[in-house]
Design a protein around this ligand. Structure first.
Ligand SMILES: Nc1nc2c(c(=O)[nH]1)N[C@H]1C(S)=C(S)[C@@H](COP(=O)(O)OP(=O)(O)OC[C@H]3O[C@@H](n4cnc5c(=O)[nH]c(N)nc54)[C@H](O)[C@@H]3O)O[C@H]1N2
Ligand SMILES: Nc1nc2c(c(=O)[nH]1)N[C@H]1C(S)=C(S)[C@@H](COP(=O)(O)OP(=O)(O)OC[C@H]3O[C@@H](n4cnc5c(=O)[nH]c(N)nc54)[C@H](O)[C@@H]3O)O[C@H]1N2
Ligand code: SF4
Ligand SMILES: [Mo]
Length: 691
């Protein structure tokens, strides 16, 4: 049997792997690709277990009694399913307007599918209603990078550069669990004397291996960054020449950080002044230095300003655009980077163009063969769209591709109610997710090993996903599904990934995320191509900013930002802070990994991490069931006592339903990111049978 070189279906590292079809199942082996260099985590190693899993959706499902979502789902033909969907779309658009039909996409979709989905909504549905789960992921860092640097490419350098940095400040990032093979680069640096500083309310595996661990109260990372810059200014560590020649706006930032005295920052964050000073000393004198943020710092109602504060610090120290240094955000989903570039975002057109920019509209309309005035205006962001589902003026017919929002959206009890209020819900997935359980029509989609396409990893490296085997007979790719639906709505679209990619290249040409010069053959030959790549004889761009910034004046921009309390602060009724995030063994809403036996044996259920002091106060022992309660809902989890977490903070993973019943949907004003990482909760020992 022939072996196929492809990449892991899960996270943004996109580790290389080789698949060989064998009887009875596929053999999966790690591959020596520049990112993972032969490494895989437990999720990657077991990814092929889902290809022939008994829970797999093998045909479309519709309700036994159409219109009654309490009646059971039954198997149906594609023709039957697509007819129902087309009728729901046309009826709703006739009665409630075009924007009453919308889509929710995902950062796990290939570039081709994300592009096709954005185009389908704008051109076949002519609707403004589309957004995606990346809004819940890296949108704050993206917003900050766009305004400061003129471009949002998560890492502006290859991951291997991390090994060359002598100081790395990791803020709200836990790569030891979220991207285990990436640790080889941190480890390589450490072996030759690099110092790593981890900012996390928990002593994670990443923090435990670091030189310094700063343990702030969740939601205070901005104050911490301003405090570090304050110290850097006082101690004369600014790169004055860099600030003068390569940036604008520093004076306002200098003034804004004036009031962030170390004692005040210690009071706000809980991080001792000595550690603040040591962090600045390392960043400024033990270079090259890098600052990396991830969801811990970004998923807050002030996430954009927080990312900006770290950008300010990186710029003031002159780090950005120099070898082995700079600022980056660690993108999360498999195609989290490409998924945010090609038009499934509410305000965006392919090539990272803006939907409200007349020149961008004209360019993309010409590629699509439509009148630019027919293109809709920007729509609502993810949570705002979900919050209005089924209401007058809101979306009434929703298509969900590659997201399990019933589990992963904040304030999930409310969102579940909104999904139930829809006139019609369509979910395309591999398995019956919690969201699919609420649908009128469920469409079975091909898995990663059964389709062709491209993915753009956390470094901006465009990779090829390759087909190693055929999907089951009645399962289609999302491209085929979208093309079939577009056909029924009177518009021809290709379902061939290469054809779609070639169109994407043209649509992106001249945009910020320019893919014009990237071909399937080049990706194959060169182990991936870094965008921007405007022409086939252009080498691609592994490293950005060496010569300038893609802003109007070529300079990076400082923005003065100030600490704000999290949208919800602890009080007498809800005295503790809940933060949420990831465990190594499970992925996102868990719809995939909760079905992998080896992973559920390793971690069968969610554990709330609680400090022994807090546990003692409430009579909680390790392994007890505890009830966490916020203003929005409650969840019962088993307690895991750990002295590695702050005593005022509880951590819960969101890989199972529960954590998001508690979370606060307060949105960042710039990115519309919800506050997944800080809300106020109460905690009780759960007495069996009393709930
Ligand atoms: N195993 C696994 N790996 C994954 C994923 C997965 O679901 N499972 N998902 C992928 C995706 S989509 C993403 S976005 C990435 C996310 O990757 P990360 O951002 O590294 O993961 P998280 O666990 O969400 O958050 C990181 C850390 O932030 C800390 N934290 C919580 N609140 C705060 C705070 O206020 N400030 C600071 N400084 N830290 C805080 C948490 O304790 C946690 O250890 O992981 C990717 N990789
Ligand atoms: N409390 C809390 N909530 C969070 C976060 C947090 O840290 N805390 N993190 C947020 C972040 S960073 C993210 S990225 C989101 C992720 O949350 P979700 O968007 O729910 O992500 P997944 O669970 O990966 O959902 C992807 C779904 O698509 C299916 N799927 C996989 N591939 C395909 C495909 O090619 N086509 C189709 N149609 N379906 C496919 C999978 O089976 C799965 O059901 O969660 C957010 N929610
Ligand atoms: S680190 Fe990410 S890409 Fe690599 S094997 Fe694990 S889940 Fe897959
Ligand atoms: Mo994410």
């Amino acid at each position: 049997m022939t072996a196929t070189d492809t990449h892991c279906p899960y996270c943004a590292l996109q580790c290389g792997m080789t698949l060989t079809p064998e009887i009875p199942r596929v053999k999966l082996e790690p591959r020596d690709f520049p990112v993972n260099k032969g490494g895989l985590c437990a999720k990657g190693f077991t990814a092929a277990d889902l290809l022939d899993h008994r829970d797999r959706l093998l045909s479309p499902l519709v309700r036994k009694e159409p219109g009654n979502r309490l009646s059971p789902l039954r198997e149906a033909t594609w023709d039957e399913a697509l007819t129902l969907i087309t009728e729901a779309i046309t009826t709703s658009q006739r009665e409630h307007g075009r924007d009453s039909v919308g889509a929710f996409g995902g950062g796990g979709l290939t570039n081709e599918k994300a592009y096709a989905l954005g185009k389908f909504v704008r051109v076949a549905l002519k609707s403004a209603s589309i957004d995606y789960n990346g809004r819940f992921c890296m949108s704050s860092a993206a917003t900050a990078a766009n305004r400061a640097l003129g471009i949002d490419r998560g890492l502006p350098f290859p991951l291997e550069d991390v090994a060359g940095a002598r100081t790395v400040l990791l803020v709200g990032a836990n790569p030891a669990d979220a991207m285990p093979p990436s640790m080889q680069y941190l480890d390589a640096g450490r072996e030759v004397g690099a110092r790593h500083i981890v900012v996390d309310p928990r002593r994670t595996t990443t923090a435990a291996g670091a030189h310094l661990h700063l343990q702030p109260l969740p939601g205070t990372d901005l104050a911490l960054a301003n405090g570090l810059l304050h110290i850097a200014i006082r101690e004369g560590h600014l790169d004055e020449d860099y600030i003068r020649t390569r940036t604008t706006g520093f004076d306002a930032v200098r003034a804004a950080t004036n009031s962030y005295w170390p004692e005040r920052v210690e009071r706000l964050t809980g991080v001792p002044e000595t550690r603040l000073r040591e962090t600045v000393r390392l960043l400024a004198t033990h270079g090259p230095a890098m600052i990396l943020t991830a969801r811990g710092a970004e998923q807050h109602s002030n996430g954009t300003d927080t990312a900006q504060a770290y950008l300010n610090l990186a710029l003031a120290l002159g780090l950005v655009g120099k070898p082995f240094s700079g600022y980056g955000t660690i993108t999360g989903q498999g195609n989290g980077q490409g998924g945010r570039e090609h038009g499934q975002k509410a305000d965006q057109l392919p090539g990272y163009r803006k939907l409200d920019d007349p020149a961008a509209r004209a360019h993309v309309a010409a590629v699509w063969g439509v009148d630019q005035d027919e293109l809709p205006r920007p729509g609502l962001s993810a949570y705002e769209m979900l919050d209005r589902l089924g209401t007058d003026g809101g979306v009434r017919v929703l298509m969900v591709l590659a997201s399990n929002i019933a589990v992963s959206a904040p304030h999930s009890n409310h969102i579940r109610g909104r999904l139930e209020a829809l006139d019609f819900l369509v979910v395309s997935d591999i398995f019956r997710s919690e969201t699919a359980e609420l649908a009128d029509v469920v469409l079975p989609t091909a898995q990663w090993a059964e389709e062709e396409g491209t993915m753009t990893n956390l470094e901006g490296r465009v990779l090829r996903r390759k087909r190693a085997l055929a999907p089951p007979p009645d399962v289609r790719t999302d491209l085929e599904m979208l093309a079939a639906l577009a056909g029924r709505l009177g518009r021809f679209e290709s379902s061939d990934p290469r054809t779609v990619f070639d169109e994407l290249r043209r649509a992106s040409a001249g945009g910020i995320a320019d893919y014009q010069g990237i071909t399937y053959e080049r990706i194959e030959r060169e182990d991936g191509v870094f965008w921007p790549c405007p022409a086939e004889d252009h080498p691609g761009t592994p490293r950005l900013f060496a010569d300038g910034f893609p802003t109007a004046d070529g300079r990076a921009r400082f923005f003065a930002v100030h600490h704000r309390d999290p949208a919800e602060m602890p009080d007498r009724q809800y005295p503790y802070v809940l933060t949420t995030g990831r465990n190594m063994q499970h992925y996102q809403s868990g719809n995939q990994t909760r079905r992998v036996k080896a992973l559920t044996v390793a971690l069968p259920e969610p554990r709330a991490e609680i400090h022994p002091d807090l546990a003692r106060r409430h009579g909680i022992a390790d392994g007890d069931l505890v009830e966490l309660r916020s203003r929005r809902g409650a969840a019962v989890l088993r307690a895991r006592l750990s002295d590695g977490i702050r005593p005022d903070t509880v951590f819960a993973p969101f890989h199972w339903p529960g954590a998001n019943a508690l979370t606060n949907p307060a949105l960042d004003p710039h990115s519309r990111m919800p506050a997944f990482k800080a809300c106020a909760i109460a905690i009780h020992r759960h007495e069996r049978g009393t709930d």
